[in-house]
Design a protein around this ligand. Structure first.
Ligand code: MG
Ligand code: MG
Length: 255
């Protein structure tokens, strides 16, 4: 069942989104060679709680942290650990915050120091595919229009969508209907209506689409060891057009 939100509820979700953008700004100010995922996780949790919010991921199906930090061939759901980032890493950092009962969900891919052209291309095109989805988020369009926009950018760039992982509706719960695949056909799938809120999150690799779950039962990585990127917005469909509730791309400068 798709739960639509009233304009007042969207304003409340935007406050959650605003906090989440500020968390990503904090992460971006800290991330670099020698920094550990655990340090970022602690800082993010402290900021979220200091604002009277809750880290949405922590405890979700038993997940132990506030951030998912997924380096290199890891696509999503990396549990923060003590292994410091090194120059050349490409690291996707996902965070959810719950403020006033409303969840916002957003991920940013970071490039650590000087990286390969391949890593930069992957990061740039994954963000471009996310931005291409935004104008599709209008009443009357369909879920397939969003997926088609993402898929077109990714495949034109010679990259690959991880089709087994999808975006989702978001609201009082982190995962609501509908599913939002990063591929699709224009004019197909559920119709978009004002008040729907979606987490759109392209997950893209430089190689094949196949992924596997690691021994910790969380981390999902590419089978072929190719690099992965993951960038995500929480976005509302409104009568006035798309409303990005987590517009981190306006203030977070990934190198
Ligand atoms: Mg997320
Ligand atoms: Mg999500």
């Amino acid at each position: 069942m798709i739960v639509t939100k009233s304009p007042a509820e969207l304003d409340a979700m935007a406050e959650s989104g605003d906090l989440l953008v500020r968390v990503h700004e904090l992460i971006t100010s800290m991330v670099g060679p020698g920094v550990t995922p655990l340090e970022l996780d602690r800082a993010a949790e402290e900021m979220i709680r200091s604002e009277g919010a809750v880290p949405s991921f922590k405890g979700f199906h038993g997940y132990p942290a506030s951030l998912c930090i997924s380096p290199n061939d890891m696509v999503v759901h990396g549990i923060p650990d003590k292994r410091a980032f090194v120059e050349g890493d490409i690291v996707s950092i996902d965070c959810g915050v719950t403020l006033g009962g409303w969840v916002a969900d957003a991920a940013v891919t970071h490039l650590i120091g000087e990286v390969s052209d391949e890593a930069r291309h992957l990061s740039d095109k994954t963000l471009e595919s996310l931005l291409a989805a935004v104008p599709q988020c209008v009443p009357g369009n369909r879920i397939g229009d969003i997926g088609h926009a993402v898929q077109t950018v990714v495949e034109d760039a010679g990259l690959t969508i991880v089709t087994s992982l999808v975006g989702h509706g978001v609201g009082r719960s982190m995962h609501e209907d509908p599913q939002v695949p990063n591929y699709g056909k224009p004019g197909r799938g559920a119709r978009l209506t004002a008040g729907m809120v979606l987490a759109i999150e392209p997950m893209v690799t430089t190689g094949e689409a196949d992924v596997y779950t690691g021994d910790d039962n969380w981390a999902i990585s590419t089978v072929d060891g190719s690099l992965a990127a993951h960038q995500e917005f929480t976005i509302a469909i409104t009568a006035d057009g798309p409303r990005v509730l987590t517009p981190w791309h306006e203030s977070v400068k990934t190198p």
